[in-house]
Design a protein around this ligand. Structure first.
Ligand SMILES: Cc1cc2nc3c(=O)[nH]c(=O)nc-3n(C[C@H](O)[C@H](O)[C@H](O)COP(=O)(O)O)c2cc1C
Length: 173
């Protein structure tokens, strides 16, 4: 095996270095949303979402435990994951805390409707998954929630997926 190439830079491991490395991991931009106890609408932009299993259909969403939304991701709670499409960058920014709005005020960005299970769903998302929390793991700063997918809504109009890498939005598709 060869020596480490000179182009590879080493550095001490820690949160800043970790985040720097993770900026290279391009991710689809989603909004994870739910109706909390008392009817409060909550949502956050998240790229740390991935497919877990096809049978049963399930996914994982990793949400900062400091976020109000994380406390709503308890066993059996229902939530949605909407995969954003081209043109929904403002929604990503609003739910990502970059427009100075919080809680239900974020839902003025984009057009939202409620499913029959009272889960908020975004109009024009490429796909929206309705889920029920089948389990979760609190680890470090985040809560990884396993979502058992109970319904999938697809938009026929949206053709390109919004992605995020190197601190910038782009599209693929
Ligand atoms: C592109 C992008 C991706 C993000 N991905 C995640 C993520 O995967 N998990 C997470 O907890 N926060 C993620 N965030 C940060 C949250 O969206 C942001 O901190 C949000 O304001 C949290 O909501 P809160 O203010 O209600 O706690 C992301 C933000 C952006 C802009």
């Amino acid at each position: 095996m060869a020596d480490t190439p000179s182009s590879v830079r080493h550095g001490a491991t820690g949160a800043p270095r970790f985040k720097l490395g993770m900026r290279c991991l391009a991710g689809s931009v989603t909004v994870v949303a739910l109706q909390g106890v008392g009817g409060t609408l909550l949502g956050v932009t998240a790229t740390a979402v991935c497919s877990l299993s096809a049978e049963p259909p399930s996914l994982i969403a990793c949400i900062n435990r400091g976020s109000l939304l994380a406390s709503g991701l308890f066993e059996d709670a229902r939530f949605s994951v909407s995969i954003l499409s081209e043109g929904q960058e403002d929604i990503a920014k609003a739910f990502g805390g970059q427009k100075g709005v919080a809680g239900r005020d974020r839902f003025v960005y984009g057009e939202w409707y409620r499913s029959e299970h009272d889960v908020p769903l975004l109009v024009g998302a490429r796909a929206s998954f309705e889920c029920r929390v089948a389990g979760f793991l609190d680890y470090g700063t985040h809560r990884a929630a396993i979502g058992l997918v109970t319904d999938v809504h697809m938009s026929e109009d949206a053709e390109r997926t919004l992605v995020f890498a190197d601190g910038r939005f782009g599209t693929v598709g």
